[in-house]
Design a protein. Sequence first.
Length: 131
Amino acid sequence: MSNKIPGRHVNPTLDTSSKIRSAIIKTMVKAKRSGIWKRLGRVDRAILTLSTNLQIKFKSINLLRSILKVMKHIAQLTSFERRNYSIGVGLAQKLVKYAVNVGYIGALNWIKDDIYAIWWGIFLNPSTYTR
């Protein structure tokens, strides 16, 4: 008997390549929507763009490592903590400034606390706690 699955005549290499390509496209869309795409280096953008536009098989381990490195960098920049930190850091600085002006000098330590800024980012972004 044959080990083939009936109705399925897809080369496993092509199937894997299409899965990798679709993951790259999803990452590119996420980076473009969040504005991170413009902050990436030219080489990183070129690697992702060419790997989606060219019909290649992902056999080179160096190419895969490069792609994964860029995708990991994008994932870190679009993480939950990073987004909420960027939202909350401005308000945290204003609140520390106000507390110092009122006379509470200990508030200067608050600005060094990243969790404090992330908390304000979550508190000010209703979409994070209304899901």
